[in-house]
Design a protein around this ligand. Structure first.
Ligand code: F6R
Length: 240
């Protein structure tokens, strides 16, 4: 795997934003796989700035997102759909018809997962952006998720519920279930960029890059992919 370690989260985010801009400049109608969470927020702010500076256009880009909480529609502030509109889509000139999100409010979650599974498999992402959980999860593929997993309804681990609790805007508690792309869906991307910042991620990064592919640390399963770039700040790289 390719590993880039930069002194700060700011520089790591800048590096990732530049990679995304370069890709979209070279392939304006690419498919981007996107993540939510605290980690990519700086990246998205930089993409919005790049659009405002006229460096790039996302008008032709198609997006797919990794995951969504069950029960939350896009009008709910804590939905990942609302996050994407707030942090990126509304300011960066995306075409609403090319944005693909999971409907967390769908009455039939299994049917929604099946709809999204087909959509994900219809075209590989040119680049999948990932964050990583402190327990090594990618998307909401918690420890124990098989490398063959596809889009499905999952139950979140206590560690993930606790980690996401402070980020809630409107809800009192993190939903216990989510719909997530599977590990196999993530591995279908042509290029994967994992951004991890801060010492809280150091242990997960150490396990992920130990060379052993183990379901107990889902991000270690990225070792099966030939084009993964890990972009870390010094905190996240502390145990390497
Ligand atoms: C978000 C996602 C999650 C996060 C991970 C890290 O769409 O799929 O895997 O990337 O939980 O979250 P932060 O960045 O908030 O530490």
């Amino acid at each position: 795997a390719k590993i880039t370690i930069l002194p700060t989260a700011e520089e790591a985010s800048q590096f990732v934003a530049e990679r995304l801009v370069t890709l979209v400049q070279a392939k304006p109608a690419c498919r981007l796989g996107l993540a939510t969470g605290q980690t990519p927020r700086r990246v998205y702010a930089k993409l919005v700035a790049a659009v405002q500076e006229g460096k790039v256009s996302f008008a032709e880009v198609e997006t797919i997102n990794l995951d969504e909480y069950c029960g939350l529609g896009q009008s709910h502030l804590d939905s990942f759909a609302a996050y994407m509109h707030r942090e990126l889509f509304s300011g960066a000139g995306f075409d609403p018809s090319k944005i693909n999100l999971i409907d967390g409010a769908a009455a039939d979650e299994t049917a929604e997962a099946a709809r999204y599974a087909a959509l994900v498999r219809s075209r590989p992402a040119d680049l999948q952006l990932l964050g990583i959980g402190t327990n090594g999860h990618i998307g909401f593929n918690e420890p124990g998720s098989p490398a063959t997993s596809r889009v499905r309804v999952v139950e979140l681990s206590q560690e993930t519920l606790d980690a996401n609790q402070p980020t809630l805007l409107e809800l009192d508690r993190v939903p216990k279930h989510a719909i997530t792309m599977g590990i196999a869906d993530i591995l279908d991307a042509r290029e994967i960029v994992v951004l991890a910042t801060g010492t809280a991620k150091a242990e997960a990064i150490r396990k992920s890059l130990s060379g052993q592919q183990d379901e107990a640390c889902p991000a270690s399963l990225l070792g099966a992919h030939g084009n993964v770039h890990w972009v870390l700040d010094e905190g996240a790289a502390k145990l390497l």
